[in-house]
Design a protein around this ligand. Structure first.
Ligand code: GLA
Length: 405
């Protein structure tokens, strides 16, 4: 791992996120310095990790994510006509949209994320000029660090700035969420765009997905967020995720007659669930148990954080991972290895898989002073078992979308 980049969550860790010169050069190479282009502007939106509240957002529960100083870079120049051209440095192809041609169509490619945001903005953009846009950055796709929310929130931020629409942060978050849900068609909860769009460095975002209320909870500046990537990318992860959403909804439908005032699984109390547990079939029983207990654990983790009981917070993370592995069936052996290895190292408070699971990354909350050493030990353990070295990085917190100068 790269020791130079070690930073605590409380640090102003934006430097690593801002290597925008390369993107500007790529922009010129790919689009040319055509006469019809206005000044080039570059924007950044972070990725996120979630520390507690796993698979709770679409069940109406609380979540505790934070943004990381790694994300999407977006270079934009206005045009003299009404065309929008979109490209990525890591994907082939150029996509073109005419702002006067009505609602753009889906293409079944990465570009659907920014195009979905654009589609939501068309009603507000009026006679604004077209733009050329190039996406880059350093967030791995499919690793559970929310590259999709990063690109969507980043696009809504960048176009809001370039077109001077005057949107609020929550309006930009809503555009990003609609793009993923309505345009791309992912059944995701609200956590990711909120985490990316409303981030503050040195804080976890406490987001209650029942009513979308949120607050920023400061975290001890001597702690680091270590993210270990299994390198496992499951092709069908999106389908698996949607299946968990359906299974949780089915479990709720079975429990609701026993607690009629509940509007989602989060509102089924443990005391209502427990006497019914054995009457449920295996899958709905285990899905419901994870959600109902994870809600309780996440409130407990919040209380621990506010009381300065970081050991208690870490214990809740470890319990969360066991529940994701045994009840929600979203872990894989590589993630379990990272978590087990991390939990046996000095200086580790807690560890669990982050994002949807099925591969991707584990997040480790650790004392900053020991985090480099434990990352090395975890990587060595993992390599011994799986014959490749996982990428492990120590992230700083990030302050959310912004224009880079
Ligand atoms: C994915 C989804 C989020 C959330 C997590 C699981 O990352 O995009 O909305 O459901 O999984 O906590």
């Amino acid at each position: 791992m790269d020791g130079e980049h070690a930073q605590t969550i409380g640090a102003r860790g934006v430097d690593r996120a801002e290597p925008s010169d390369g993107l500007a050069r790529d922009f010129e190479r790919l689009y040319g310095s055509a006469d019809n282009l206005g000044d080039l502007r570059v924007f950044f939106a972070p990725g996120r990790v979630n520390l507690m509240g796993a698979h709770l957002d679409y069940n109406g529960g609380p979540v505790m994510p934070t943004a990381i100083d790694r994300g999407t870079l977006i270079a934009v120049a206005t045009r003299r006509d009404r065309k929008v051209r979109l490209r990525s440095v890591s994907e082939p192809g150029e996509f073109e949209i005419d702002l006067d041609a009505g609602r753009p169509r889906r293409r079944g490619r990465w570009v659907d994320y920014p195009v979905g945001v654009l589609a939501g903005m068309l009603g507000r953009s009026g006679e604004r000029p077209g733009v050329d846009v190039l996406f880059g950055g350093n967030l791995p796709v499919g690793a559970g660090l929310s590259s999709s929310a990063s690109i969507c929130v980043g696009t809504s931020f960048a176009l809001d700035q370039v077109w001077e629409l005057g949107l609020s942060p929550l309006e930009r978050v809503a555009l990003a969420l609609d793009a993923e849900r309505e345009f791309v068609g992912v059944r995701c909860g609200i956590m990711d765009p909120y985490a990316v769009g409303l981030a503050q460095p040195g804080c976890l975002l406490w987001l209650d997905c029942l009513d979308s209320s949120f607050e920023h909870l400061p975290i001890d500046p001597d702690l680091s967020i270590v993210v270990a990537d299994t390198g496992v990318r499951r092709e069908l992860a999106q389908g698996d995720f949607n299946q968990r959403v359906s299974e949780a909804a089915e479990a709720f439908a079975l429990l609701r007659p026993h607690h009629r005032q509940a509007t989602c699984l989060r509102e089924i109390p443990l005391a209502v669930f427990e006497p019914l547990r054995d009457s449920l079939a295996d899958v709905p029983r285990r899905r419901a148990q994870h959600v109902i207990e994870e809600v309780e654990r996440t409130f407990r983790a919040r209380a621990c954080l506010l009381d300065g009981d970081l050991g208690g917070f870490g214990t809740a993370m470890a319990e969360s991972h066991r529940s994701l592995r045994d009840l929600y069936d979203v872990s894989v052996p590589e993630l379990d290895c990272l978590v087990d290895s991390a939990m046996s190292q000095a200086g580790v408070l807690g560890a669990r898989l982050t994002g949807a699971g099925f591969g991707g990354c584990a997040v480790i909350l650790a004392q900053s002073a020991l985090s480099e050493r434990l990352a090395e030990a975890v990587a060595t353990d993992f390599e011994r078992r799986f014959a490749h070295r996982p990428k492990i990085e120590i992230f700083a917190g990030d302050r959310g979308p912004r224009e880079l100068t």
